[in-house]
Design a protein around this ligand. Structure first.
Ligand SMILES: [Zn+2]
Length: 260
């Protein structure tokens, strides 16, 4: 029953995440007006806006103009719900605020993933409120993602905040000096300050490591398969988002596996 509630909640929030991914980079309000078909402009009826199900019933087309609807929309809804189930399985409902915080963080990472993939930006609208909230929660009520039975404490959260932001700032400066171009965006710096506040300094290290590993695997694959040039730009944010998710979910296991 609990899983059912969390999955339905995840689908509904997933639907809202689509709105965020679409509208935040455009600087449009995420609350009003209601969603329209991007092709014909017809407002989408509530019964055509049921996560995943409406897409399947309408076979991926707009009811009015039959224009194709991107499969991205049901995918994001499904992904958010599936990850909610994984987070619930990992952390349980006790205490509820830890579950709730990690669910919200998961959704924020999904939004960052797709916005950075589409636009190569991580909006300040996410990181500016995200950084203080992350460090406040990390310093007080959240457990250490690497030793989940003990609280993380304000020291680890603060070092994470400064370490995450500071390290990526240094990488950005070094990239500019050495390669004479922007290797690291300001969005990545702010995002990692947020991740550091929430997951602590160990989270920053694992996120950076996992993100770089995934980034190089995908980068090399793109160069091999699609003939992309070395040094061609791919956004780093989506990989950092994946790295942060892995750190939050399996940091403890990975650390134990690494140490023993
Ligand atoms: Zn339409």
């Amino acid at each position: 029953m609990l899983y059912f509630i969390v999955i339905v909640f995840g689908l509904l929030i997933g639907s809202f995440l689509n709105v965020c991914i679409f509208r935040i980079p455009e600087g449009v309000s995420i609350v009003t007006p209601s969603s329209k078909c991007p092709s014909c402009g017809t407002p989408i009826k509530f019964y055509d806006n049921i996560p995943v199900i409406s897409y399947l019933l309408l076979m991926g087309k707009c009811r009015q103009c039959r224009a194709k609807v991107s499969a991205r929309y049901p995918f994001v809804e499904f992904l958010n719900a599936a990850l909610y189930a994984v987070v619930l399985n990992r952390f349980g409902i006790d205490p509820p605020w830890v579950l709730f915080t990690y669910l919200v963080f998961t959704s924020v990472l999904i939004v960052i993933f797709f916005i950075d993939l589409d636009h190569q930006i991580i909006p300040n609208g996410i990181t500016y409120p995200g950084i203080p909230i992350a460090v406040a929660l990390g310093a007080t009520i959240l457990p250490d993602p690497f030793f989940r039975l003990v609280p993380m404490g304000h020291e680890a959260a603060l070092i994470g905040l400064i370490g995450g932001g500071g390290f990526f700032y240094l990488v950005a400066v070094a990239g500019k000096v050495i390669f004479k171009k922007d290797a690291m965006g300001g969005g990545d710096i702010k995002m990692m300050a947020m991740v550091g506040g929430l997951l602590g300094w160990k989270g920053v290290i694992l996120t950076t490591f996992a993100g770089s590993l995934l980034g190089s695997i995908v980068g090399v694959t793109l160069i091999r398969l699609k003939g992309r040039e070395w040094g061609s730009k791919i956004a780093f944010g989506p990989f950092l988002a994946l790295g942060a998710l892995i750190s939050m979910l399996w940091g403890e296991e990975i650390l134990r596996w690494y140490l023993y």
